[in-house]
Design a protein around this ligand. Structure first.
Ligand SMILES: [Zn+2]
Length: 399
């Protein structure tokens, strides 16, 4: 084992991992957990008992007998306890409840006017979470896992919130967001804590996407970078299997890295030629309008690209190159196993193709030899899934 492997190794068989093995169906008994973790049966039993006492695991009667006493099966409760999640975007929010394994119970998309300010926007989204929790009656998902029928419907265990702007991790405050007038300095966690009495975790939307995508598709890979390219642009970094936030929470924020662009368009931050001013969805809308093309929003831009419009396609290629240039620096520096792009621009083929080409052109061969470059599996629930995992990790770690 190298020194680099040590942090990941230390997690092996930790409560979080035991919970995840049961949640994913990899383990249904203490014996399975012992085999997967390499831990002694008594250590596994101790940890399982603790998880059961916290309501994070339950026993569901007898498994199949192999001659001796029938073993009790373990399951993640599907009936009562849920985690609330809000993935706030510039124009829409995805709101959901998820079970303690990170599976979506209910979710819906709501239109949002971010300029209405934090109290109004968050107030109505919290009301939506409460409505979903109230509606989350215990359900026996497939009959196989017994629902905890006696439990009150939808016991909320925590709330995870993704914000489309920089979030100071220690405090949950929003710091200088570029397209969120009235939100600067707002303490999201404190505002929500005054309304729901559960642990609340606030992070930026790119981090939530990174965590959701990593846990869903690539949890076996230790080093990954996820780009979120939508109205804005950002990234989330997974290092040694964990979300890497840096000292303040701004790790992965590539929006104001400078790219080669002539002329360099002005950016909302006061500089010019930032990635966000060249390659974000908002930048594409602005650039097309300046070329005299009538387009109202990012949906319109994507439609033009899909229709093969030459102005829109050229801009998408330029955006892909710009993202590729910044990513090449990141890949050379960080040496990830996978780079995945998500967000609404990820479906733009010309953008993806030029991003990929630039990456191969600018990266060290050793860095790209086995590098996976792909799309984040298109799911509108990836953000709320990441939010739920943040909360679940927090709840498990706190006990
Ligand atoms: Zn900028």
């Amino acid at each position: 084992m190298t020194i680099d492997d040590a942090p990941r190794e230390a997690l092996r068989g930790g409560p979080r991992e035991l919970l995840r093995w049961v949640a994913t169906g990899a383990a249904v008994s203490r014996a399975d957990l012992s085999r997967l973790s390499g831990l002694s049966p008594s250590t596994v039993s101790q940890r399982v008992e603790a998880l059961i006492n916290q309501g994070l695991l339950e026993e569901t009667g007898a498994g199949r007998s192999r001659g001796g006493r029938r073993p009790r099966q373990l399951a993640v409760p599907t009936g009562g306890a849920v985690v609330g999640a809000i993935d706030l975007g510039a124009h829409h929010a995805r709101v959901g409840t998820l079970d303690l394994s990170g599976r979506v119970v209910q979710a819906r998309t709501l239109p949002v006017r971010i300029e209405d300010g934090p109290e109004q926007v968050l107030g109505s989204l919290l009301a939506e979470v409460a409505a979903l929790v109230g509606a989350a009656a215990p359900v026996s998902s497939d009959g196989a896992s017994a629902a905890t029928g006696g439990e009150a419907a939808g016991a909320l265990r925590g709330l995870g919130i993704g914000i489309p702007g920089p979030v100071q991790h220690a405090t949950g405050r929003i710091v200088s967001p570029s397209r969120m007038p009235g939100w600067n300095g707002f303490d999201v966690a404190a505002f929500c804590a005054g309304r729901v009495d559960v642990p609340i975790i606030v992070d930026n939307d790119a981090n939530l996407m990174a965590l959701g995508a990593h846990r869903t598709a690539h949890s076996e890979l230790d080093h990954a970078v996820y780009i979120k390219a939508g109205t804005g642009i950002g990234s989330g970094v997974i290092s040694s299997g964990r979300l890497h936030r840096g000292a303040q929470g701004s790790a992965g924020d590539i929006s104001h890295c400078r790219v080669v662009a002539d002329p360099a368009p002005p950016c909302s931050c006061g500089n010019a030629g930032c990635l966000e001013a060249v390659a974000s969805g908002a930048a594409l809308v602005t650039a097309l309008r300046e070329q005299g093309v009538t387009v109202s929003d990012l949906t319109g831009v994507i439609r033009l690209i899909d229709d093969g419009d030459r102005h829109a396609t050229a801009l998408a290629r330029q955006a892909g190159r710009a993202i590729g240039e910044i990513l090449a620096v990141v890949v050379n520096f960080f040496n990830p196993q996978v780079v995945a792009i998500g967000g609404r621009l990820a479906d733009c083929e010309p953008l993806l193709a030029s991003m990929r080409a630039t990456l191969y052109e600018r990266c060290l061969p050793l860095a790209t030899q086995t590098l996976l470059i792909e799309r984040v599996a298109t799911s509108q629930d990836v953000g709320i899934t990441g939010a739920a995992h943040l909360v679940i990790d927090h709840v498990v770690a706190a006990n």
